[in-house]
Design a protein around this ligand. Structure first.
Ligand code: GCU
Length: 334
């Protein structure tokens, strides 16, 4: 609650326009200045691609759409900013699809371990699947929709110094997970003790031994500095969780069709260019992590894949929609 109050007063103080896609004078389309929050530092690849999104939104709209970015979680953790977007207090946010599961259970599929078989499969689904578009549009009545995604890489387990080769190795280990019911069940299935918390708390929790490990892509070790306090990164490669760009319906409905198209095109183009930005950033992160003393372990993942398999069955059996989404995702396997 403290963060929300801080965020609200920050928002009130920093906007030169009033909130929620307010209109300013301009010839032709009324100009808008939109505020976009996310929790990564400015040297993070996702920030780079959001800057590209901002630039393209402005270009595509002949200057009538400006997107101002608030990085570093300065407007709150992911849960907080999703709330702000829902209520129309904030225009846009970039959050993990896992964080969205707490707001809409249809997002669960993105956190299912080993649902994507490869980076290609993941990209095919995210770029082309109707199920993804249905999920992205499905929260309209809740006050927000998703208009794009960014590659967030593959997530693996990292600990202070222990390589984890099998679920047995994870026994009794407190592993931080995102605040997503599916991610919680996933760590249980993989043998560990899931500890959900917001991303901003992970570094200190690792440092103080409140948790024994966490799971994320390689950039967490460098851009988020977790490699200072976690030296063993084991390639369990259990999830590909997309980062998702959400907008408040309140603001979206006030835009002209041309402005909506300008923004949507910008989201698509920046998502596409992000794929290379991401790949390069991961390579750099691995190098820099090794210099920090992190060791990367490649393992036979079969025991983890088998342990996680029942989650797919439970997910599909839950309702018809789930089964439909699951099949849709599988249909993009080449
Ligand atoms: C990734 C993702 C963030 C998310 C984080 C997490 O880094 O890009 O949006 O907050 O994972 O584990 O919480």
């Amino acid at each position: 609650a403290a963060t929300s109050i801080l965020s609200l007063s920050l928002l009130a103080a920093c906007g030169s326009n009033s909130s929620g896609g307010s209109n300013a004078e301009g010839d032709g389309a009324k100009s808008v200045s939109l505020r976009l929050a996310h929790n990564q530092p400015e040297d993070h690849p996702v920030h780079t691609s959001l800057m590209e999104f901002s630039k393209l939104s402005e270009e595509n709209s002949d200057g009538s759409v400006k997107v101002e970015i608030f990085p570093n979680g300065q407007l709150g953790q992911e849960r907080d900013v999703i709330e702000l977007v829902k209520s129309g207090t904030l225009d846009m946010a970039k959050v993990s699809a896992s964080a969205l599961e707490a707001f809409d259970s249809n997002y669960a599929i993105f956190s299912l371990p080993y649902i994507f078989q490869s980076r290609e499969h993941y990209h095919e689904v995210m770029d082309n699947s109707e199920a993804v578009q249905e999920i992205f549009q499905g929260t309209k009545d809740q006050g927000f929709v998703a208009i794009g995604w960014y590659d967030g890489g593959q997530r693996s387990i990292y600990t202070a110094d222990k390589k984890v080769e099998s679920p047995a190795d994870m026994k009794g280990m407190k592993i931080r997970v995102q605040e997503s019911p599916t991610s919680i069940s996933m760590i249980e299935a993989m043998g560990g003790a899931p500890t959900p918390m917001s991303f901003g708390e992970v570094y200190t929790s690792l440092q103080q031994g409140v948790i024994d490990g966490a799971e994320n892509n390689e950039t967490a070790l460098t851009n988020n500095k977790h490699g200072e306090v976690a030296k063993a990164y084991t390639y369990t490669e259990h999830q590909y969780v997309p980062d998702v760009l959400i907008v408040s319906t309140n603001m979206w409905d006030k835009l002209s069709e041309d402005q909506q198209k300008a923004i949507q095109d910008a989201a698509k183009a920046s998502s596409e260019s992000h794929k290379d930005v991401w790949q390069k950033a991961v390579e750099d992160s691995i190098k820099a992590s090794e210099e920090m003393g992190v060791t990367f372990y490649t393992i036979d993942k079969k025991a983890f894949i088998d342990a996680a398999a029942p989650l797919h069955e439970t997910y599909k059996a839950e309702n018809e929609n789930n089964a439909k989404y699951f099949d849709d995702f599988q249909s993009y396997l080449k």
